[in-house]
Design a protein around this ligand. Structure first.
Ligand code: AHR
Length: 500
């Protein structure tokens, strides 16, 4: 087997890899919250203020820097006051988008409880589609006004949080080109400017306002948003700190119809080729952003991404409940490597969604919780949080799916503040191992910690009866040589090496 040379350029440090690109997303959809992460404070299931202990532990252990809530499409139909005050008195209804009963048991304070328990920063998506500027500016005031400074600050205190929350991350609507209002970019851009003007910074809480951005490769949307909202106003004021991008890899196209667990090499190729498009889209949107914003002030915020398959047989179609295999874990590693390559522009991202919905690291059913192989990938990538991105040189082979191509290996590297270098490698080949010669010119390390996520087949996954069949473990197929390290990646694998 020929050995591919992989050079990590520690002499060319790039941008900081924001920990927020490893973020997650929880929507009032299917069983993500109700019958999922949330059991309610009176449940016999061990919980902290209604949130399952095992879920909190799993979210903490994989590193959850931020949680996006309450949607998704749900957000543009959500009125935050419905989710405040005594739970029994909250209005009940049916989710207009997802058809499920909505008790409003999870509201703003409960969401903040989960953020506090998991050490995650809240990322709140406001309602533009059916809400008002007043409603959203009040939500910001409710969370961020200094204690006692206003009636809304006092309301917050009455609801259990006297001190300002200083919630920083706010999205101004969701998918305003579709479920968020079916708007044209020109119309939304004007609306965005109006909303953002009234979402005020309170002392100690400068806002990070995220505009609705494009879907996939809709470059026209990005052009309008950057032209109208991405530049400083007269006097230098900035209205937009981030522009969202949503991209789902949907084999077979939407609505998802292909099985999450039953697939062969062609379907593997399809998913990896669709993941290669993530990098192409980021590059395309970045080129537009660079023209309007050469100093890279506005971040690209990939706040919905993931592999979206057909729902698991026997589950309600609108719940988007799917299994997660090794294939999805490798895809996740490949996507995260892509974010690291684009660390100078991509500074927030959210996998959709954290539990029971689409590409979930956690599955919860009938009171039991399992961690999918994607959970392991996020845990392995924790070493990249807040590191400095290092370029990698790798002449990987090319694999094809139709007109689309993807590399046989994906690699990313970063250096932590304490000097440790982490390299993450995804062997994107369905069946073939790959041998690598890893060179770290100019640096020498005493030791390496090496972990791998793989299994005998790409279809392998965990079940509630066998929850740990696929788990990351120590990786031993590497050896130190004079020029660096030699290693062999098994097919369909993700390897994380940390040199210290
Ligand atoms: O994540 C599921 C849905 O997909 C979200 O609600 C919406 O924003 C997207 O279309």
């Amino acid at each position: 087997m020929p050995r591919l040379a992989l050079n990590v350029r520690s002499d060319q440090p790039g941008a900081t890899v924001s920990r927020h690109v490893f973020g997650h997303f929880i929507e009032h959809l299917g069983t993500c919250l109700y019958d999922g992460l949330w059991v309610g404070p009176d449940s016999p299931v061990p919980n902290t203020r209604g949130w399952r202990h095992d879920a909190i532990a799993a979210l903490r252990a994989m590193g959850t820097p931020n949680l996006r809530w309450p949607g998704g499409c749900f957000a543009d139909d959500y009125h935050w006051r419905d989710g405040t005050g005594p739970a029994a008195a909250r209005p009940r209804g049916v989710s207009a988008w997802w058809g499920a009963p909505e008790s409003n048991a999870v509201g703003t304070q409960e969401f903040l409880d989960l953020c506090a328990a998991t050490d995650a920063e809240p990322y709140i998506c406001g309602n533009v589609g059916s809400g008002t500027v007043q409603e959203m500016r009040d939500w910001v005031e409710y969370l961020n006004a200094p204690a006692g400074a206003s009636t809304l600050a006092e309301l917050r205190a009455a609801h259990g949080r006297p001190a300002p929350v200083n919630a920083r991350l706010w999205a101004v609507g969701n998918e305003s080109w579709a479920c968020g209002g079916n708007m044209r970019p020109e119309y939304y851009a004007d609306l965005y400017r109006r909303f953002a003007t009234f979402l005020r910074d309170f002392p100690g809480a400068p806002l990070y306002r995220v505009g609705c951005g494009p879907r996939d490769g809709d470059y026209a949307w990005t052009e309008v948003m950057m032209r109208e909202c991405g530049r400083p106003l007269l006097g230098g004021q900035r209205l937009m700190q981030g522009l969202a991008l949503h991209y789902y890899c949907v084999p077979g196209d939407f609505p998802p119809s292909k099985s999450a667990t039953q697939f062969g090499e062609p379907e593997w190729d399809e998913l990896m080729a669709l993941t290669a498009r993530l990098g192409e889209y980021i590059t395309g949107h970045t080129a537009i952003m660079d023209r309007h914003d050469p100093e890279k002030y506005v971040a690209l915020v990939v706040d919905e991404w993931g592999a979206w398959h057909a729902p698991e047989p026997g589950t309600p179609p609108g719940h988007f409940y799917q299994q997660g295999t090794v294939r999805d874990a490798v895809m996740a590693g490949y996507a995260l490597n892509t974010f690291i390559h684009h660390a100078d522009r991509v500074r927030v991202a959210n996998l959709a969604q954290a539990a029971n919905v689409i590409h979930a690291p956690l599955l919860i059913k009938d009171g039991r919780l399992l961690r999918t192989p994607t959970w392991d990938v996020f845990a392995l990538y924790r070493a990249h949080h807040e590191g400095v991105q290092l370029p990698v040189e790798l002449a990987a082979g090319t694999r094809r799916w139709g007109d689309l191509a993807y590399p046989s290996v994906s690699a990313a590297a970063s250096r932590a503040a304490d000097g440790r270098i982490t390299v993450t490698l995804c062997n994107l080949d369905y069946a073939a191992p790959v041998a690598l010669a890893l060179n770290l010119p100019g640096v020498s390390f005493a030791g390496v910690s090496a972990r791998i996520l793989t299994a005998a087949t790409p279809q392998a996954h965990n079940t509630f009866d066998r929850p740990d069949d696929v788990r990351a473990r120590e990786f031993t197929a590497l050896q130190s040589v004079t020029s660096g390290w030699e290693l062999t990646l098994p097919p369909h694998s993700v390897v994380a090496l940390t040199f210290a």
